[in-house]
Design a protein around this ligand. Structure first.
Ligand code: FPP
Length: 241
């Protein structure tokens, strides 16, 4: 009898959900929950680094989040400014490399600049690679990849017959990253909400009951333990126990 051990994921992606509800449960404004959400992100990055996770991708602002009240959007921009100013040193000291995925064009110029500087400063770090998804949507990502490939075909530099999964993946915002093996969503909601639609095709989805501001190292380890119990078949048959 062979007991195959599930290898820990290299790439974990997180839908950080429930900041608003967490705050409302405490009779506080939603902004209070977002601020606590930034602290949760700091904890989880630190813990993920310690566990040796190679890639962590977090959904911080989706293409649908523009539907929120302007005040809340402005507050999130303010948090991003603070995050890039205050937290980058801490991440750099942990040898974390920070990258943004998504289309930051509609963001305020100073936020874009701070994000670019954070990326620049940490670009040679060899620790955890942290992708922060900002104005990211899985569908928008697939569309921009399709446009890119169509442009290459029109220019005569790409034969449509040469477009395969690897070629397509190289045009996505996550080019060069392995697909996430584990997607965690907090606050009990079981949806992908337009996150990494292509990349998460075979990811295990673990939904945790706590809202994002309560998520910590122990919650992350519980999600990893749940992942290890899963039988990943990729369309094949169950593994022999
Ligand atoms: C989900 O809670 C959270 C967001 C939409 C984005 C905000 C994320 C953070 C503040 C953490 C990371 C921040 C930075 C600066 C990198 P929700 O508002 O959807 O909660 P709800 O579902 O309870 O309303």
């Amino acid at each position: 009898m062979t007991m195959e051990k599930q290898i820990d994921p290299q790439h974990v992606a997180i839908i950080m959900d429930g900041n608003g509800r967490w705050a409302e449960q405490r009779g506080m404004p939603r902004s209070f929950g977002h601020r606590a959400g930034v602290e949760a992100l700091r904890r989880v990055v630190r813990h993920s680094s310690g566990l040796g996770i190679r890639y962590l991708t977090v959904y911080a602002f989706s293409t649908e989040n523009w539907k929120r009240p302007r005040r809340e959007i402005e507050f999130l921009f303010g948090l991003l400014r603070e995050y890039f100013k205050k937290t980058v040193e801490e991440l750099h000291a942990m040898r974390v490399r920070i990258l943004m995925i998504g289309d930051m064009t509609p963001f305020p110029a100073d936020v874009r600049e701070l994000a670019a500087k954070a990326g620049q400063k940490t670009r040679d770090n060899d620790g955890l690679r942290l992708q922060i998804a900002l104005n990211y949507g899985g569908r928008a990502d697939i569309i921009q990849a399709a446009r890119n490939l169509a442009g290459q075909v029109l220019a005569g530099t790409l034969d449509p017959a040469a477009i395969d999964e690897d070629c397509f993946a190289r045009c996505l915002h996550t080019a060069g990253l392995p697909d996430p093996e584990l997607v965690i969503r907090t606050s009990g909601e079981s949806r992908l909400s337009n996150f990494l639609l292509w990349q998460a095709a075979y990811a295990e989805l673990v939904v945790t009951k706590e809202c994002w501001p309560d998520f910590d190292g122990a919650a992350l380890e519980n999600a990893l333990a749940e992942y290890r119990r899963r039988d990943r078949r990729f369309g094949s048959v169950p593994r022999k126990k």
